[in-house]
Design a protein around this ligand. Structure first.
Ligand code: ATP
Length: 361
């Protein structure tokens, strides 16, 4: 299934038909561990061939949601369906599940491991082909324990593919994999989705989510606080394009400049140290440089940045955390509490859960 495109809105009847085609559905799932709320009324649907990425801070509930959807943990309330069955009842031949922590027997080679896992299913792919898919042909005869961490993770990804599953749950599939290997896995996931495999993955890599996901769900403190296509979320919560100025100059140094300067608050700050200018075009960068020099403001670098999914993440996760701790909403230009409008939306909100249709490209 391709990335979203502008599609005509559907009639109500058509929405219902779309929802009936959901391959994965969570309805108001809740789970607590003692005092810890791991999931709080989380609802989503994922359609055939769709890639849905769950993002969110450590402890947000991503793994718990995946576990509830794969039948490895029982929710306290709410329901989960995969391929129209409760997760525990789904034909395992049709499922591929990569847990966050997966420790296969380590005195087997990569090839032997995939052959071993293939032996657990009736119909399987050729393990040699799967090894090639995950870019491990050269390491095929190396013991698992002697593979690098990233190579081990690739074997684990391969192990989820030997049964050619219809639905794939990947909990942080590329953690520890080098950039080239990550792209190998990305291309693999894209090809699988194009061939109709439904994929739910979790990731801390926003570039991964932005590249792979048809839709993204952001979890915070167990709540799905936002869902949408990457483009939609960036449009709604990413803020505007900006000029980042690397500088150690104190705040008052900027007081007399002919443009507004933001001092990003902790939590929303990207890797640069300094200030941000918004609401200008790239053509106006020269004016900013002139003003910095006229006012004797030293800077070590300038960078033009377009909003991306990482901005969305930083804004929404920060905003949710402020709400949780009662510190109030953020004060800078990136604050956007529209995220709250998406929280707790039940699955029978047809507009939200119907994929891509009517969503912005
Ligand atoms: N078996 C468990 N027993 C007790 N607490 C748990 C258990 N599993 C998860 N939790 C708690 O539930 C919350 C959500 O955990 P979860 O693993 O789902 O988060 P996550 O979003 O996957 O985090 P990470 O990004 O670090 O993998 C955390 O506070 C965690 O400590």
């Amino acid at each position: 299934m391709g990335k979203s495109a502008g599609i005509e809105p559907l009639t109500r009847t058509a929405w219902v038909a779309v929802r009936m085609s959901a391959v994965v559905a969570a309805t108001e799932l809740a789970k607590t561990y003692g005092e810890t709320v791991a999931l709080d009324s989380a609802s989503l649907t994922v359609d055939r061939g769709e890639v849905f990425a769950l993002i969110g801070p450590n402890g947000a509930g991503k793994t718990t949601l995946v576990r509830a959807l794969t039948g490895t943990t029982d929710p306290d309330s709410g329901s989960a369906r995969v391929l129209d069955e409760p997760p525990a009842a789904v034909d395992r031949d049709r499922l591929g599940v990569l847990p966050q922590a997966f420790s296969p027997p380590d005195r087997l080679t990569a090839r032997e491991l995939l052959t071993y896992y293939a032996g657990l299913y009736e119909e399987t792919r050729d393990p040699a082909a799967v090894l090639a898919d995950v870019g491990l042909v050269d390491a095929a005869d190396t013991w698992y324990e002697d593979l690098s961490g990233g190579q081990q993770r690739r074997v684990c990804v391969g192990a989820t593919l030997v049964n050619d599953p219809d639905v794939l749950f990947l909990d942080e599939p590329t953690t520890g994999i080098d950039p080239a290997g990550r792209r190998t896995v990305w291309r693999l996931i894209e090809a699988l989705a194009d061939a109709g495999t439904t994929v739910v993955l979790t990731t801390h890599d926003m570039a991964e989510a932005e590249r792979l996901a048809d839709r993204v769900g952001l979890l915070s403190n167990g709540e799905l606080v936002a869902r949408g296509t990457p483009a939609e979320l960036i449009d709604e919560h990413g803020g505007t394009s900006r000029l980042e100025i690397e500088t150690d100059a104190p705040s008052d140094a900027f007081a007399d400049l002919p443009f507004a300067v933001e001092h990003p608050t902790r939590g929303r700050q990207r890797d640069h140290q300094g200030v941000v200018v918004r609401d200008i075009s790239p053509a106006e960068i020269g004016t900013v440089v002139d003003a910095l020099e006229t006012n004797d403001i030293e800077y070590s670098g300038l960078a033009w940045a377009e909003p991306d999914l990482e901005d969305v993440y930083l804004t929404l996760a920060d905003s949710a955390e402020r709400e949780r701790t009662g510190r109030g909403g953020g004060s800078d230009a990136n604050t956007n509490t529209d995220a709250d409008a998406h929280a707790d939306e039940p699955i029978d909100d047809e507009r939200e859960d119907a994929p891509r249709t009517g969503e912005t490209a």
